[in-house]
Design a protein around this ligand. Structure first.
Ligand code: IMP
Length: 451
């Protein structure tokens, strides 16, 4: 079938270090799409969605599964721990969410095995190693095996002999390395094989050639949302290397991680908090410590949804957001957690950096040492002494909150299309006549009704 005018493919990507609130955004936008596809990462991600007071944390299955009719795809760029996937499937089934005919798992996605976790834990704790502060889910070692062309893919789970030999051969090497370098206890091939056979039975009904499905859907005029995990500054190429995750979190990963070509992409939506957070080690130029940091952490409930670790917090960083906008080609921005800034008398916004006393042009240092030397230049914006929690209309925002958003938008030369003022779906402000609304295929009347 030829391309119709309705085919749409929009990418939602994190503009910071992850945890920007992409889960809520994807859940909110899901009803405008026929398909929602995750394109990278694994169960290191934790997307929290609150619906009707009930909290759902999704790690592998796209948030779109929770509402509406959209079908959910775990794309080829994802690394899948089948134990985590099965657990998540069971949790959704217990919550009454139907997966049959709605969940599709790429046959080309890589599989995480127990030795990936063993190697990661051992290496992270080894003396003399740079401690990244990973989520200990085996993500890095699994992507290493993928790139080393020795990974196991979902499709291989259905060749029992191949599966057995793969696990035995891999373990021979991994056990030797982990034992010699980190004194780790060896893992047993037989029990891993048995458990993976069982997982393969559970996942089997959902396995598909998802690139073929998505391309067919696109050609049939359907709408596709690609859901990124983590954020731009954790991207394997563009992030604060080596304090990054092991996948392409930026919008480009949306193509390679699903099999949809770049010409299919209609737009890229960035998501940023009204401030900044980071979990794990690595540079964070606007990081805050002390009572204000504690206050933001408490108010924003800034504790990892996967690991429970307290998140580091800081002020919004416009040079790094400009970097993210550029790398992703973002044309629309969602600001989340605006209400967390309520009540502050003054809000510093990092507008520029100085490096060695000189203003920095628009290039961000590539080294950790360079990033750590950056001196943020702050503009002090007036805070709002009022609550924005739960507001739904732009005109109801305090004047200073609107000024804050306008300042961010003008410095980034980017529209702010959505503002989140609380965890629930309806605690959201839609800016009228945004690019986002046109990507959602919303008719003019529906757009006007929002404004
Ligand atoms: P990994 O992805 O587990 O290898 O962890 C690498 C780095 O990315 C660590 O600093 C983690 O804290 C961080 N990270 C991984 N996933 C997420 C996420 O979903 N949100 C925020 N940080 C993450």
């Amino acid at each position: 079938m030829p391309k119709t005018a309705k085919s749409r493919c929009v990418i939602v990507a994190g503009a910071q270090w992850g945890d920007e609130g992409k889960g809520k955004v994807v859940d909110l936008l899901a009803r405008h799409f026929d398909w929602i596809a995750r394109y990278q990462g694994g169960h290191n991600a934790g997307h929290t969605v609150i619906i009707g007071g009930r909290k759902h944390i999704l790690q592998l299955i796209p948030c779109g599964i929770l509402g509406g009719e959209a079908r959910a795809v775990i794309g080829n760029g994802v690394v899948i721990d089948p134990a985590a996937l099965v657990q998540e499937m069971d949790g959704l089934a217990a919550a009454g969410i139907e997966l049959e005919g709605r969940l599709f798992v790429s046959n080309r996605a890589q599989v995480i095995l127990p030795y990936h976790r063993m190697l990661e834990l051992a290496a992270e704790n080894a003396p003399g190693r740079v401690k990244i502060g990973t989520t200990s889910r085996g993500i890095g070692p699994s992507y290493e095996d993928k790139m080393g062309r020795r990974g196991l893919r979902v499709v291989d789970l259905y060749e029992p002999e191949l599966l057995r030999t793969h696990i035995e051969n891999a373990l021979r090497e991994k056990n030797a390395v982990a034992g010699a370098l980190y004194q780790a206890q060896p893992l047993d091939a037989g029990s891993i094989y048995e458990s993976y056979l069982e997982y393969s039975r559970r996942i089997g009904p959902y396995v598909a050639d998802t690139a073929a499905l998505l391309n067919r859907a696109w050609r049939a005029g359907e709408a596709i949302l690609l859901e990124g995990a983590q954020g731009t500054l954790l991207d394997i190429d563009h992030g604060t290397y080596p304090f990054v995750t092991s996948s392409s979190t930026t919008a480009g990963g949306g193509c390679t991680g699903t099999g949809l070509g770049p010409t299919r992409i209609s737009g890229v939506i960035g998501v940023s908090k009204a401030y900044a957070t980071r979990v794990g080690g690595g540079p964070f130029p606007t990081e805050l410590e002390g009572p204000v940091a504690d206050q933001l952490r408490e108010r924003g409930n800034e504790f990892g949804s996967v690991t429970g670790r307290p998140r580091r917090v800081g002020w919004i960083d416009l040079p790094l957001l400009r970097y993210a906008v550029r790398l992703n080609g973002m044309e629309s921005l969602v600001i989340t957690k605006l209400d967390v800034l309520d009540g502050l008398a003054e809000i510093p916004v990092c507008v520029d950096y100085r490096l060695d006393g000189q203003p920095l042009a628009d290039e961000i240092p590539a080294t950790v040492a360079g990033l750590e030397k950056l001196e943020p230049v702050y503009a002090k914006l007036t805070g709002w002494q009022a609550s924005t929690a739960g507001l739904k209309r732009l005109e109801d925002l305090p004047r200073a909150a609107r000024a804050y958003l306008d300042f961010v938008a003008s410095r980034l030369e980017l529209e702010i299309s959505l503002i989140s003022t609380g965890p629930e779906r309806n605690e959201t402000i839609w800016a009228p006549h945004s690019r986002l609304e046109s990507w959602l295929g919303m008719e003019r009347a529906e757009q006007t009704a929002r404004s």
